[in-house]
Design a protein around this ligand. Structure first.
Ligand code: ZN
Length: 73
């Protein structure tokens, strides 16, 4: 099982897509990443990207409710 990371921008904070193992999956509403000098940048603003581990693994169990999310609704 591979860990899934969210690919987020440090500048605008927008989600560019997800990294599943070594494979990048672009988000449906995001422009393609910009390749500058061999480094990928945000397709929205050209900012630096960072990875954040997805929390989908913790949601595999039915009935599991994220407490913060439940209180927000
Ligand atoms: Zn950006």
């Amino acid at each position: 099982m591979s860990i899934v990371y969210s690919v987020l921008c440090m500048l605008c904070g927008r989600l560019s897509g997800h990294l599943r193992g070594a494979k990048f999956v672009r988000a449906g509403n995001a422009p393609p990443l910009v390749n500058r000098g061999g480094r990928y940048r945000c397709g929205f603003c050209g900012g630096n990207l960072y990875l954040e581990p997805e929390d989908t693994m913790t949601r595999l169990y039915p009935g599991d409710v994220d407490e913060a999310e439940r209180q927000a609704s």
